[in-house]
Design a protein around this ligand. Structure first.
Ligand code: 13P
Ligand code: SF4
Length: 362
């Protein structure tokens, strides 16, 4: 049995200290066993009345499985909406823990399972509830807006939850109402939204270990080699990279921008897992991963989220077979409070984002 060794990921804490968190790659799929594993997973999903809700960053095997079995592959907003609207008794989330928690908060009566509950996110890790709660207490005059990439407890301390596809619209809405904002946790997304809306935003300090590594200088060099290529950037990237973008958007937003711009070549500054969907939807178009480090330098993630990569066919099957340690639990009192800002976002999305799209209908 081929088991990869865990890797240690360095991330910046809110106070500037460095933290380390492990990411354990899943058991590898040997050549020749893929088809049987896919068939087994399909059978179990049907038997368990389970729907697979996957993020674009997970392995193509899981993306395809979700699409082939009536689930979805989408961004975090649509993952939340889709799982909530679906009639299945069990939601299996192939993504990272905050996505599983969001599904559980919205659907406390359903079983929510994940292939690996230890799939972290550096933004969530950099936002411990005690420090965050004190920060909020120091600024009672501000509306607390938190990104989806946070714990249930942090969401429970907030007024609004947002994802990257709706952050700008919600902050603009609050700004029009004259509200000042306390924003957490992603500083690059916060900076992008602040510039776009002109809102008064007080920022928490955190970043994504994947997007923070995209480098403007190397992107310039790559762009010189591909002058016709359009640049697509996720707003968790540094401002210097966002400035070079032809389109900035959530993961779904990036795919929609590529369909709209109709270029023959794209440079994509987000986790490379998304390119699987882009190739499926736009055959014949060239997609190039944006550079994450300079010549001779090293990068931790090289544009692949180490925690999203913890989802695989083997641990998905274990999960569906009922192995212990895969069910997401959220303290019911925290869950009830955290549901308010999430529902607020979904209501706002229903009224203001008519084109909510992933792949698959709930
Ligand atoms: P999206 O909501 O754009 O999919 O982003 C989620 C995420 O974690 C990006 O790193
Ligand atoms: Fe978190 Fe970044 Fe991974 Fe997204 S890509 S889950 S923001 S660490």
């Amino acid at each position: 049995m081929a088991v990869a060794t865990p890797i240690q990921i360095r991330f910046e804490r809110f106070n500037g200290d460095m933290g380390i968190a492990p990411a354990k790659p899943p058991r590898l799929v040997a050549p020749g066993e893929r088809q049987a594993l896919v068939e087994r997973a399909k059978q179990l999903l049907a038997q368990r009345d389970a729907v697979l809700v996957a993020h674009y960053y997970v392995h193509p095997d899981l993306q395809d499985l979700a699409q082939d079995t009536g689930g979805t592959v989408s961004d975090s907003l649509e993952m939340a909406r889709f799982g909530h609207a679906h009639s299945a008794k069990t939601i299996v989330v192939a993504g990272v823990r905050f996505m599983g928690e969001t599904a559980k908060i919205l659907n406390p009566e359903k079983r929510v399972l994940m292939p690996d509950l230890a799939a972290e996110c550096s933004l969530d890790l950099a936002t411990p509830i005690d420090a965050f709660s004190s920060f909020c207490d120091e600024h009672p005059d501000r509306a607390v807006v938190v990104y989806a990439n946070t714990s249930a407890a942090v969401k429970a301390r907030s007024d609004w939850m947002v994802t990257s596809s709706i952050a700008e619209k919600i902050v603009a809405h609050l700004h029009r109402q004259g509200k000042k904002i306390l924003w957490a946790p992603d500083k690059h997304l916060g900076d992008y939204v602040q510039k776009a809306t002109g809102a008064d935003m007080l920022m928490w300090n955190a970043s994504c270990v994947v997007h923070d590594e995209f480098k403007a200088q190397q992107l310039e060099e790559l762009k010189a080699l591909h002058p016709e290529a359009k640049v697509l950037v996720h707003p968790e990237s540094p401002a210097s990279v966002i400035r070079m973008a032809d389109a900035v958007g959530s993961t779904t937003g990036i795919i929609q921008a590529a369909e709209r711009l109709k270029a023959k070549e794209y440079i994509v500054a987000t986790d490379g897992g998304i390119i699987h969907q882009m190739r499926k939807r736009m055959p014949g178009v060239t997609f190039i991963e944006a550079p994450t480090a300079g010549k001779g330098a090293t990068c931790q993630s090289c544009a692949h989220c180490p925690w999203m990569a913890m989802n695989g066919l083997h641990n998905l099957i274990e999960t569906l077979e009922g192995a212990p340690g895969h069910e997401v639990h959220v303290d019911p009192a925290i869950g009830r409070r955290a549901k308010l800002p999430i529902e607020r976002m979904l209501e706002f999305a229903k009224a203001n984002l008519p084109a909510l799209q992933g792949s698959g209908d709930a």
